[in-house]
Write a new protein. Sequence first.
Length: 219
Amino acid sequence: MSRILELGPGAVSDVELVAALLAGTGRRERAEAIAARLLEGGVLRLRRMAAAELLGGEARMRNAQAARLLAAVELGRRVMAAEQRERERFLAPDSIAARLWPLLADLAHEEFWAFLMTARMEEIRSVRIASGGLTQCSVLPREAFAPALVHAAPCVVFAHNHPSGDPTPSSDDHRLQLLLDEAGRALGIRVVDHLVIAADGFHSARTGAGQPPRLRAAA
């Protein structure tokens, strides 16, 4: 138990984790022996074990031990199910624009962001890459892709704002887009889109102009 608190649960073995659930106020050595027997078939075996199997057979646990183990396995299952239900898939530019809108639309200066996603188009995180002036925010490809490399993100959407309110991409925006697309291909990172966000709407490099999220909701 102390090792889990000292090192963190990710740093200890499967046997130690199960033994921590079983130990209670009993002997640690016996709890570890039971845990080792339970895990002989692999950790996934725990998902299929019923109360009767834990209380009898090789395990021969006490009622309280079996209840703790079953509760821990079920809690893990529910957490995974809840995460799968709650993680939104960002399949369209307007959903990504709506997600980034509060961060960028009303700024008085330009900022450049990376919206990192999994291969299933689920958000990993949004990262601000650079902050600039009223009309420009300089970004190098190595800076733009650094968060995707750090977080092992296979997909990324790049976005920046136009404080002028007009989301139409500038010639510099188009040049940067080409550089980032080329760098993404070289790095094996899929550049899903480039968004320009402004008070009057947004522009997607893939689908063109879009309305502000608040106007779409009102319509």
